[in-house]
Design a protein around this ligand. Structure first.
Ligand code: UDP
Ligand code: MG
Length: 199
């Protein structure tokens, strides 16, 4: 895939959907099959939070626990750094942009170097998502996979992330996937999107 303009170094697919919709699981399969580099904004933030010398530790910690959204300067610079270090061109950005601050911040610094090719939207009923996160919480060690944090994460998703999906829908960039199926069935639908992108 060539960039749309000479300066556009990076091809990006944003991957959005509620907590527990299956973004991370599907991204691993897409990475394997289509050679995209998977960058999970949440994973990058969790890794940054572990760094003893990071000045953002407490701020990240607080937002993750509250299910609120870390300021874009932090998230976007982690994403950009990971993109540059990878020396690759095609990226799946999982769990970002989550609100208008994220979207504006991304556009501000990345519009000139990256093209958003698609927004994969994993649509899944809330009760199914909650069930998956609580199940994952038994082994994930994530302090936000519990009912209290989940309620806040779902509210953030509904209030702040859904409008971002709608923003991209108006630009005809959204591929909506029924995420209330088995992993294999979902991936079958996902494959069609990436086959179309590659042709
Ligand atoms: N988060 C954030 N900005 C991002 C991505 C994640 O602030 O761009 C924070 C936010 O507090 C979120 C948490 O990290 O609730 C976990 O995000 P993750 O994407 O790992 O959760 P998932 O949606 O995959 O369950
Ligand atoms: Mg995830």
């Amino acid at each position: 895939m060539a960039g749309g303009e000479p300066n556009h170094k990076y091809n990006v697919v944003f991957v959005l959907g509620g907590p527990g919709a299956g973004k991370g699981t599907q991204c691993l399969k897409i990475e394997e099959t289509f050679g995209y580099v998977h960058l999970s904004a949440g994973d990058l933030l969790r890794a940054e939070r572990q760094k003893m010398d990071s000045t953002f530790r407490e701020e990240i910690e607080k937002h993750i626990k509250d299910g609120s959204i870390v300021p874009v300067e932090i998230t976007c610079s982690l994403l950009r750094q990971a993109m540059e270090e990878s020396n690759k061109d095609n990226f799946l950005i999982d769990g970002f942009p989550r609100n208008k601050d994220n979207l504006d911040g991304w556009n501000h610094v990345m519009d000139s170097v990256a093209v958003v090719r698609k927004v994969l939207f994993f649509n899944c009923p809330q009760d199914v998502c909650v069930g998956r996160c609580l199940e994952r919480g038994k082994t994930s060690g994530r302090e936000d996979d519990n009912m209290e944090s989940l309620k806040k994460r779902i509210k953030t998703y509904t209030d702040s992330t859904m409008p971002i999906i709608e923003h991209y829908r108006e630009k005809n960039l959204v591929a909506e996937i029924n995420a209330n199926q088995s992993t294999e069935e979902v991936f079958n639908d996902v494959k069609k999107v990436f086959e179309a992108l590659a042709s």
